[in-house]
Design a protein around this ligand. Sequence first.
Ligand code: HEM
Length: 628
Amino acid sequence: AVHRYLHRPRLPPGTRPLPGPRNFPLVGRVHDIPETGAHLKFYEWSKQYGPIYQMEIFGTVHVWISSEAIAHELLSKRANIYSDRPMIPNLPNNRTSGEYLALLGRTETWKRQRKLCNHLMHLGQRASLYSYPSLERDRFLYLMYQDPSKYLEWIEQFTTRTVSRLAWGTPRPSQVLRHTTFGLLETISPSGALPNIMSFLRHVPAAISPWKKKENTRHAIEERLFRGNVDFVKHSMASHTASPSFIRTYFETKASEADKDKTRWGDTDEAMHVVGLMAIAGALTIGSPIQSYLLAMCHYPQWQKALQEEIDTVLEGQCPQWEDREKLPLLRAVVKEVMRWRPPVPTGIPHAVEKDDVYEGYFIPAGATIHALEWGITRDESMYPDPETFNPGRWLDPSFPTYREPLTQYPNLNGYSQFGFGRRTCQGIPIVEQDLFLSMGGMAWAFDIRKKRDPDTGAEIPVHWNDYTPLLIAKPVRFPFDAIPRSPEKVVLMRDMYESARNEPVLGPDLDISQFEPDLGDQIYIDDVAAAFNNESDANSVSSDRDAVIHVVESSPEPDLAFSDSSYSEPSEGSESDRERERMRLTMMGVPPLDLDPTGRLGLKAGGNDKADPLMPMLAVPGAWNWA
Ligand code: HEM
């Protein structure tokens, strides 16, 4: 930082620096970055300094862009110099190691990996993602019906099982994947690990660095998981039992006679990492908008009603399927508006600029980190009038700037600012689009989502408006709500859908805990099953046990849910006797108690989900730094 500070580039003649908050020597504005809601601070500055401004943190220039037009001008039109990624202090080989495509620098490895990712996604999309999203959606809906209070668990299971099947043809690795992925998110998030803000901490030797120890352990588990999955697919291909998957497509492409240039897709190790990254990217991102949908429905019942009317009228009582998408523009608008209202990656994923550049007379130095501030972009009033209001109508009403025809096709997620810019644009949009369409459409079809009522007073229990977790992928802090099935018939249908999804044969590598244990020593310890249940994967639970690097427990991720715990009640009433009557009625209709499927034997305790580094609060405490 000292070196960078002393050797800051001089302004070329005729240029001026970007506006921005005054920087303090060496540290810049590090003290201003709050522990939570950092995107709100960066947005506040954009109101003060304009749609492009700069600040410094320990000598690195950070440029923040809150206008889609400017983001396109720099990141897309000038992509030849704006497509690099910055070094992540807590994962310092991110630009070169080739393990995480999304974090690679603009290297030949990145180009090759992007091509492979594109190829696999393209073939998968052509096959409607092998119906995995709809199978998993059917499972998800019934679990939501059984116990909506566990929505965080069911949503994470839905997204990770779907992506796990896509990647390796089996949902079984999903329980490990979700936790190694969560750990990676902590490793790379500015609010997840202190070295990402105080970059000099990356020089702390591995033996005493808590961040390195934790990352090394996480990485070792992930590597074994990915390798085991690839071996599993190879073996099942040999016995002609492999379900469709990205990795199977890779092997088939390599083996194909038509594929003349055998080197262009990289070797098996590289494909393992590309597919692994695709699984990572889909594991924890898509849950954010699904949770935000629930939040939006609590606050905007009128849009839930309109959406249900569309689905009921067009599909005559059936649950939305992917093939129905052309007929359901409001559902597509809800998907898109949820992502605008609460961007899943509110600060964006940063690019790095490789050469000095000048924009409208402003100097942008080589090496600066460039952030497309998604939160700010979605609040640009010229594009999104009344931006704080959740209004799917802005995509369907010609009086709004975002309207586009034909409505059989638009709105959709292609080219949406929420997926980044230029050559680094997100490659997972087909998965996101299908997962969100099916899960949000399925929930609107099945449930009335609404605020809970106090059983004594009947008063609504308040739900927060915008309290989001602090990591790179932001999710609403857990909130209470009711998911009331819209009719007994729908419950029966949900159960049938669940049963037929479940009857799909599911093979997978046997993720026995002993596979992981020996090499990893005392950093991993086995907990008892009871503890696992007390620590249901909860994206918001806060525990002080941050040193427990990754905590492996053996558990069934689906507790033994009894049908009697269902949340079913008529919208107007909710007494115990009503529920009992309803339960008996449904039982007589042939909806027997649940017999849940075992979904894999390995669960990792997620006590630490979405917490910031414990040392981080000092950054947010005024006066914690002595500037004198
Ligand atoms: C709601 C879900 C998702 C959101 C909001 C999202 C958003 C983003 C964003 C903002 C970027 C950075 C773009 C840039 O640097 O300009 C990105 C990159 C990427 N995403 Fe996604 N993504 C999501 C899901 C997925 C899924 C399911 C996949 C699965 C394949 C995926 C694969 C990727 C890849 C491979 C990159 C890196 C591209 C590169 O660096 O060249 N994403 N995503």
